[in-house]
Design a protein around this ligand. Structure first.
Ligand code: GDP
Length: 445
């Protein structure tokens, strides 16, 4: 489904990963090409722009991991960013069907694949979840559409609401609910009428049905081949009737795939399923990891970088444990600790993990111990030379002035950090001497 985008990106990254060392200009050029590829795949301009910005920010702040090339790291960053762009909250394929009978409202334009998708979802709930499902067509304008749903219901072996001529959509919705209650159904699908374009009459009708039916889910079906239009349709439906998710159909075709990438960012609503053909089981849950893998087609490199990073982190942890066991603790060690804290979600994150620390975390924040302080402390250590970090005792007034200015802080803050470091180093020394640290480290490993 993403062939052309995938091919374009493949070309860019093949060139990038073949190079040993990358300059910033190399990365810039590659990202410019990625941006063009995204736009050509019909990804919306703001989404493409944000995407490139995020990748660039992460690529420049990245610690270089041994055993992979910078190019490979960039591939991994792009992959992670693709996943992030595609991901919504919650589980995509878990339709809310508690409190039976649960109503699922199906909305969308005519020809988008709404009726087909209704039957596909019904089949899935019946076979995967063992649910008793009722289908009802509300398309009073097109008798053929009503019959089509009844035929599909027969094919997949679920019930459909008997067709009664002359009823309004709201009347059918009421009858469907009653039937679902009486018949002990778990789920009732309401397949609303589609129009060729969004118009007020259609929206009024859908709103009236929604108010009567009180659906647990309102699923919008849009044609994935229509690219940017699919995103616009979703934006409008969401504004007018409120949708809980999107099903993107015809993703088996050779569409440019941009709709999939823009949908979440532009509408705020996740893609929950993708339609992959006309058959009743041609429906997949939307899995960002898998889709990102398909777009990029570089699964090996992504796995390689993940592995390298794990190894790198394990090696670093071991190196530090060894130093601590000897009672050693210099500025580099302190910086590694601060970095680690930030990575774990900052002060609040670290304290939040400890039971009963919620209040303390608040108090600490009020006292000025927050992530900004962590970042300032890291900046201070970054302004020190290698020698100074290894041996902070050598810091005299002029050096302190230079370091504080470099980090944009007062000397007093530097002094506080030095004191903090000294206390920690003293403690390490004591623990190291008594062999206690060795035992503690052993117990932790
Ligand atoms: P509705 O007017 O929105 O209810 O659309 P239909 O459900 O009648 O679908 C219109 C046409 O699109 C039918 O021929 C379907 O078989 C076809 N269709 C629906 N979903 C898909 C899909 O995911 N892939 C492909 N290739 N065709 C689909």
């Amino acid at each position: 489904m993403f062939e052309s985008l995938s091919e374009r990106l493949g070309g860019v990254f093949d060139r990038l990963t073949k190079q040993g060392a990358l300059t910033e200009a190399d990365v810039d050029t590659a990202l410019r090409e990625v941006r063009v590829a995204l736009l050509e795949a019909d990804v919306s301009l703001p989404v493409a722009r944000d995407f490139i910005k995020a990748v660039k920010g992460k690529a420049t702040g990245q610690a270089v991991t041994k055993s992979v090339t910078p190019g490979q790291q960039v591939v991994k960053i792009v992959h992670d960013e693709l996943v992030r762009t595609l991901t919504g909250e919650g589980e995509p394929d878990a339709l809310k069907i508690d409190n039976p009978p649960a109503t699922i409202l199906m909305v969308g334009l005519q020809g988008s694949g709404k009726t087909t998708t209704t039957a596909k979802l019904a089949k899935r709930l019946k076979e995967k979840n063992g649910k008793k499902v009722l289908l009802a067509s509300l398309d009073t304008q097109r008798p053929a559409a009503m019959e089509q749903l009844a035929i599909l219901a027969g094919q997949i072996g679920v019930d459909s609401l008997p067709i009664v001529k002359g009823e309004s959509a709201v009347q059918i919705a009421k009858r469907a609910k009653m039937q679902a209650n009486l018949g002990g159904y778990d789920v009732v699908f309401l397949d609303t009428a589609g129009r060729l374009h969004i118009d007020d009459v259609l929206m009024d009708e859908v709103q009236a049905v929604r108010d009567i039916a009180q659906p647990r889910e309102t699923m919008l079906v849009v044609d994935g081949l229509t690219g940017q239009d699919a995103v616009n349709v979703a934006t409008e439906f969401n504004a007018k009737v409120g949708i809980s998710g999107v099903v993107l159909t015809r993703m088996d075709g050779d569409g440019r795939g941009g709709a999939a990438l823009s949908m979440r960012a532009v509408t705020g609503k996740p893609i929950r399923f993708v339609g992959l053909g006309e058959k009743m089981d041609a429906l997949d849950a939307f899995e960002p990891e898998r889709i990102a893998g398909r777009i990029l087609g570089m699964g090996d490199i992504v796995a390689l970088v993940e592995k390298a990073r794990e190894t790198f982190e394990a090696e670093q942890a071991e190196r530090m444990a060894k130093r601590f066991a000897k009672g050693l603790f210099n500025m580099n060690d302190l910086k590694a600790q601060l970095d680690q804290m930030l990575k774990m979600g900052g002060m609040q994150g670290v304290m939040g993990m400890l039971p009963g620390m919620g209040k303390m975390a608040k108090a600490a924040e009020q006292a000025g111990f927050d992530d900004k302080m962590l970042r300032r402390q890291i900046a201070i250590i970054n302004s020190m030379t290698k020698k100074e970090r290894a041996n902070p005792d050598m810091l005299q007034a002029s050096r302190k002035k230079r370091i504080a200015a470099g980090a944009g802080v007062e000397v007093a803050e530097l002094n506080r950090l030095l004191k903090q470091h000294k206390q920690m180093a003293d403690m390490m020394k004591k623990l190291g001497k008594g062999g206690m640290m060795k035992q503690a480290v052993k117990a932790m490993m």
